[in-house]
Design a protein around this ligand. Structure first.
Ligand code: DLL
Length: 436
């Protein structure tokens, strides 16, 4: 346990009544603001016959329109921003369903609030000013690296901005810099653990205490392995770029779900088919509304993540609602090594090449601890009988294109025309062999 119990005790332990009061006033402010500054919301409210003044209680939230990833894409790049670009100090981006990413922006105030929320997460994980945070989330357009980095600095910890990859160096610095908190995806943590063990590293001899793992789904079984192999407490961190990035929710050491930071976000669970609001305890799609974001406030953002909300009192003393582990998504987005991949992105790359047929199958494996993706593509009959050299050239070109568009390397395997299974209903494009 670190020196601090809470980072922001007042907000983390508010009574339900106070949380709801704060949420309502912040929601009203947000709705007023987007109605003035974001034409998309202005129109969406109008289409639903809603005026900002109609939001008189939290229950009225259900009358507001949803926002989807597609809406952000349609407004690419900055259409949903609620402030002039002069006030935007940072951009990040995540994969869209096709070529163009989803762009998100932050004001200086947004960065400050985000950093404070990450500091809150780190304190929940036992962090304090003495902590050495080895941040192995990827730096760049992905929100993981920079998001956690600024939060660790905000806490006053020492941050090692190593980013992902370069496992040998990660293990060396973990020892030399006396890392106490490791932040990365759970699959990469497992890889680090196994590589360390192979290299004869005894994690019991290290000061490493906590792992804060997220950006992809993982399981209790995975937690057990990570805790044993790395000799740590492994906690879950949840977030998504459109809503902020990491730090929307964080699991406390009670390990019964992640607290969604309700002073900044309003959480709902809906039936993904009907859009109906579901009572607490029922499983459905998580919908989040931001109530303190300036650059990119989102109203009822459909995360596509499946979870359950739990309003029971938590032993840790925090009063914010907990979400259970995300068990899946309502769309076909895959997360491979922390990178979001939509089958439609793969398809559009394949179709850039005249030689490939629009019949393909994506298979995802977990080899050791690393996810690998193999794409089987049908070739036209004429191409299939082409010289091996030509085929190798084509394979190489497809692979590099996939790498540059999706930011992930894949194996490409050509198969004969008409050899992949055809389906009569929805095409099955993905076989996920990973057992989480
Ligand atoms: O993955 C933000 C993040 C970075 C979270 C670092 C945690 C740690 P995106 O790239 O926009 O943002 O992907 C968001 O990843 O909708 C979920 O499907 C999935 N995801 C994120 N955290 C978890 C988690 C970041 N703890 C999408 N468990 C989300 C399961 C998660 N899925």
């Amino acid at each position: 346990m670190g020196l601090l119990k809470y980072w922001d005790e007042k907000h983390e332990t508010m009574s339900r009544q106070d949380i709801e009061q704060l949420q309502l006033s912040r929601l009203q402010e947000t709705v007023n603001k987007v109605n003035k500054t974001v034409p998309f919301y202005q129109k969406a409210f109008k289409d639903k016959g809603i005026e900002p003044g109609d939001i008189k209680s939290l229950d009225d939230l259900k009358h507001l329109p949803f926002t989807s990833k597609q809406d952000l894409r349609d407004q690419y790049p900055y259409g949903l921003f609620a402030v002039p670009m002069d006030d935007v100090v940072r951009l990040h981006a995540s994969s869209g369903t096709t070529g163009k990413p989803t762009v998100v922006g932050y004001t200086a105030g947004d960065i400050q609030r985000w950093s404070n929320l990450i500091a809150r997460c780190l304190v929940i994980g036992g962090g304090d000013r003495k902590s050495v945070v080895q941040n192995a989330y990827g730096y760049g357009l992905f929100t993981g690296g920079m998001g956690v980095h600024y939060g660790a600095e905000c806490l006053g910890a020492t941050v090692v901005p190593i980013s992902g990859g370069n496992t040998g160096r990660q293990l060396m610095l973990m020892q030399d810099f006396a890392t106490t908190i490791l932040t990365c995806t759970p699959s990469y943590a497992l890889y680090l653990g196994d590589s360390g063990a192979e290299a004869g590293l005894d994690f019991r001899s290290l000061p490493l205490r906590t792992g804060i793992f997220g950006a992809e789904p993982w399981s209790e079984n995975m937690r057990k392995q990570l805790e044993e192999k790395l000799n740590i407490t492994a906690l879950d961190i949840y977030g998504l770029s459109e809503v902020m990035g990491p730090g929307v929710a964080m699991e406390c050491p009670v390990k019964q779900g992640s607290h969604i930071f309700e002073d900044h976000f309003i959480a709902e669970v809906i039936d993904p088919d009907t859009g109906e609001h579901l009572p607490p305890g029922e499983q459905g799609e998580l919908v989040l509304t931001t109530i303190t974001k300036e650059a990119l406030p989102v109203i009822r953002y459909r995360t596509r993540d499946i979870t359950v909300l739990d309003y029971e009192k938590c032993e840790c003393g925090r009063t914010h609602v907990r979400m259970k582990r995300v068990t899946g998504r309502t769309d076909d987005m895959l997360i491979i090594r922390g990178v979001n991949v939509f089958p439609s992105q793969v398809e559009s790359v394949l179709l850039e090449f005249g030689e490939a047929e629009p019949h393909y199958m994506i298979e995802v494996y977990r080899k050791g601890e690393l996810d690998t993706m193999e794409i089987q593509v049908e070739l036209s009959e004429k191409m299939f009988s082409d010289t091996i050299r030509n085929l190798e050239g084509l394979e190489h070109r497809i692979r590099s294109r996939i790498l540059s568009v999706l930011n992930i390397s894949a194996r490409v395997k050509f198969v004969e025309s008409k050899s992949l299974p055809r389906s009569e209903g929805k095409a099955k494009r993905v076989i996920d062999h990973r057992k989480l």
